[in-house]
Design a protein around this ligand. Structure first.
Ligand SMILES: Nc1ncnc2c1ncn2[C@@H]1O[C@H](COP(=O)(O)OP(=O)(O)OP(=O)(O)O)[C@@H](O)[C@H]1O
Length: 554
C-alpha cells in the first residue's frame, strides 16, 4: 500500500516535470521502504522506483563496399565510402513518459534502439553518447536498469507459455509470474499452448508471441523499457491494450521508449512524446500535442478526421519513384526542425539534465544476475530436461539411429569364432564400436551451440543467467544420454558378436568405450563452441577427427 502511494506520488511529480526534487524525496522514501520491508535483492527493480532520464546523441554509419577488391585495397577510406544510418540523432525521455519512435521503414528506428541498448549489430560503427540521469551509461548500466523487447521473437519453441514465463520470472525475480499479470496481457487463455518453432512445430500466433515477448521483459518491472515494434502482428484492439499496459507502466514512473508502425489514433493518443526519424535524422522530437503545430508550420497541416500518426509519416517517406524530390522534401523538414524553437528547447533540456548528473544510489544494490548460480543452474536444468524430452527430433532420432546401427553391426559380426579370421574380425568389430560410440556422438553434439547461440546470447545479455551454469547444464543434461545410448549399443554388439564370454572383460571394454564417448562429446562441444554457425561446425568435424582415427592404433 505504502509502495503504491509512493508510486502515485512519484508519477504525479514526474508529470509536473519537477524531476530533481522528487528524485531525492523518492530516493529517501524508497530507502525507507527498503529498510522497513527488507526485500530480496532480486526484487530491487520491482520493489523500488528508480526514476530514469535517458539522454543521447548518436551518429552511426557503415562502410560501403563499392568497386573491385583491388581498388578497395588501394583506396583510402573517406566520407564517400560510408553510409550514414543516423546523423546527430539526439533525444531525451523522462520518467513517466511513453515515447514513440516513428518513421518510414528504413528510417533508422531499430538501429537507434539497438545503439541505445549497446547492442548494435554487424559492421555498424557508432559515436554514441548515451546518459542515464546525466551519467555516462555503458552496456552494464543499461542492462541493469532496462528491459528490451526486440523486433524478432526468440523462444525455446517446445515450452508452453506458462513454462516459459515461469523460467523467466524465476530467474528474474526468484518467484513465479502471478495469474493477474498473465491475465493483464491476455495470455491466460493460451498459457498451456506450446510456443512453437516455425513450420516444424505449430504453436502461438505471431501476435501472441509478441505479447509473450513483452510479458517476458516487464516481469521484473524495469525502470527503463525499450520496445521494438511490440504491436506488429497484433490487431488494433490488442495493440491498444498492449500500449495501454505500457501507458500504465509509464504512469507508475517508468521510462518507456517504443518504435511503432501505424498506430490507430486512439493508440497514438496514449504516447506523450514522439520522435520522428527520416533518413536517419530527426524530423521532430517533442510532446505529441506539439507535433501538429510544427507540421502546420512546415505546410503539412493535419487534415480534419485524419490519424496524425499516418499524416506525420507521409511527408517523411521516400518513394522509389520520386526519390530525389522526396529526399529534398525530407531535408527541408529536417532543417526546418533543426532551426525551430522546438529543437532549441529539447537541446536545452538535454544540456540541463546532463549538466546536473544524479548518482544512481541503487546501482550497487542491483545484482549482476537476479538469482544465484545454483538457482540459475537448477532452472536451466529444468528447462533443458523439458527440451530434451519434448524435442520432437533430436532425442528420438538418436535412439532410433543407435538401435538400427547396433542390430546391423550385431548381425554383420554375428557369433565370431575364436580362430585366426575370428580374431581379425573381433579387432574390426571393436574398431567399429569405438568409431560409432565416439564419431557418431561427436556429430550429434557438434551443432549444440550454434543452434542455441542466438537465444543464449540474448538471454545472457539480458542477465538471465551466466554462461557457466548454462555450459554445465548442457554437459550434465546430456550425460545420461551419452552413457545409456552408447552403453546399449556396446552391449548389443558385444554379445551378438560374442567378443568374449568373460563378464570382467565386458565391464572393462564397456567403461573404456563409454570414456571414449565422453572424450568425443567434449571434443564435439569444443568444436561447436568454437564455430560461428552450424555449417562451420560441421565442416570442422572431418579435419578435427581424421587425425585421431588415423593415429588411434588399429
Ligand atoms: N548491420 C547493417 N548493415 C548494413 N546496413 C544496415 C545494418 N543495419 C541497418 N542497416 C540499414 O540502416 C537503415 C535503417 O535500418 P533500421 O532497421 O534501423 O530501420 P527501421 O526504421 O527500424 O525500419 P523498419 O521499420 O522497417 O524496421 C536501413 O537502410 C538498413 O538497411
Amino acid at each position: 500500500m505504502c509502495t503504491r502511494t509512493a508510486i502515485r506520488d512519484i508519477s504525479s511529480s514526474y508529470l509536473n516535470n519537477d524531476y530533481r526534487q522528487y528524485y531525492h524525496s523518492n530516493n529517501n522514501r524508497n530507502f525507507y521502504i527498503y529498510q522497513n520491508n527488507p526485500i530480496q535483492l532480486s526484487n530491487v527493480l520491482k520493489e523500488k522506483n528508480i526514476p530514469i532520464t535517458l539522454t543521447w546523441n548518436v551518429n552511426a554509419w557503415i562502410p560501403i563496399k563499392n568497386g573491385s577488391f583491388f581498388s578497395r585495397c588501394f583506396r583510402k577510406d573517406d566520407e564517400n565510402n560510408f553510409k550514414y544510418l543516423l546523423t546527430n540523432v539526439k533525444g531525451i525521455v523522462k520518467p513517466g513518459q511513453l515515447c514513440a519512435i516513428m518513421g518510414a521503414s528504413g528510417a533508422g528506428k531499430t538501429t537507434l534502439l539497438n545503439i541505445l541498448n549497446f547492442r548494435n549489430k554487424g559492421k555498424i560503427q557508432t559515436e554514441a553518447n548515451v546518459k542515464i540521469n546525466g551519467i555516462q551509461a555503458d552496456w552494464d548500466m543499461i542492462t541493469k536498469y532496462s528491459g528490451f523487447v526486440q523486433q524478432d521473437d526468440l523462444f525455446n519453441g517446445v515450452l508452453t507459455v506458462r513454462e516459459h514465463l515461469t523460467f523467466i520470472s524465476m530467474l528474474k525475480l526468484g518467484s513465479s509470474y502471478s495469474r493477474d499479470e498473465r491475465h493483464e496481457l491476455n495470455l491466460v487463455k493460451s498459457e498451456e499452448t506450446i510456443i512453437g518453432m516455425g513450420d516444424k512445430l505449430k504453436g502461438l500466433s505471431g501476435g501472441e508471441k509478441r505479447r509473450l515477448a513483452y510479458a517476458s521483459e516487464i516481469v521484473n518491472h524495469p525502470p527503463l523499457l525499450f520496445c521494438d515494434e511490440p504491436t506488429s502482428g497484433l490487431d488494433s484492439s490488442m495493440a491498444y491494450s498492449l500500449v495501454a499496459s505500457m501507458r500504465q507502466l509509464a504512469d507508475s514512473g517508468k521510462t518507456i521508449i517504443c518504435t511503432i508502425h501505424q498506430p490507430t489514433s486512439q493508440t497514438f493518443e496514449m504516447f506523450d512524446t514522439i520522435i520522428l526519424l527520416a533518413e536517419g535524422r530527426i524530423a521532430f522530437i517533442g510532446p505529441t500535442h506539439v507535433a501538429p503545430h510544427f507540421f502546420s508550420r512546415t505546410g503539412y497541416r493535419i487534415p480534419k478526421l485524419y490519424n496524425p500518426a499516418d499524416h506525420y509519416i507521409q511527408p517523411l517517406a521516400i518513394s522509389p519513384h520520386n526519390r530525389e524530390y522526396d529526399i529534398q522534401r525530407v531535408n527541408e523538414i529536417v532543417e526546418f526542425f533543426e532551426q525551430s524553437e522546438f529543437f532549441a528547447e529539447i537541446t536545452y533540456d538535454i544540456q540541463l539534465t546532463e549538466s546536473q548528473p544524479v548518482n544512481l544510489d541503487d546501482y550497487d544494490e542491483i545484482p549482476e544476475y537476479n538469482t544465484g548460480y545454483y538457482s540459475q543452474f537448477g532452472w536451466l536444468l529444468w528447462r533443458q530436461l523439458k527440451l530434451d524430452i519434448r524435442n520432437p527430433y533430436a532425442s528420438k532420432i538418436t535412439v532410433i539411429q543407435v538401435i538400427i546401427i547396433a542390430v546391423f553391426l550385431g548381425l554383420v559380426f554375428l557369433r565370431l569364432e575364436n580362430n585366426e579370421f575370428g580374431v581379425q574380425n573381433k579387432s574390426g568389430a571393436l574398431f567399429i564400436i569405438i568409431f560409432q560410440a565416439s564419431f557418431g556422438f561427436l556429430l550429434s553434439v557438434v551443432n549444440t551451440f550454434p543452434s542455441d547461440l542466438t537465444l543464449v546470447y540474448r538471454e545472457s545479455k539480458n542477465r538471465l543467467y551466466s554462461i557457466t551454469p548454462y555450459y554445465l547444464v548442457k554437459q550434465i543434461a546430456e550425460l545420461p544420454k551419452f552413457i545409456i545410448i552408447p552403453g546399449f549399443m556396446i552391449t548389443v554388439v558385444y554379445y551378438m558378436a560374442g567378443l568374449n564370454d568373460n563378464f570382467g572383460v565386458f565391464v572393462q571394454i564397456f567403461f573404456t568405450i563409454i570414456l571414449c564417448t565422453q572424450v568425443a562429446v567434449s571434443w564435439g562441444l569444443f568444436l561447436s563452441a568454437a564455430s560461428p554457425n552450424s555449417e562451420a561446425a560441421i565442416a570442422l568435424v572431418a579435419p578435427a577427427v581424421m587425425p585421431l582415427l588415423i593415429l588411434c592404433g588399429f
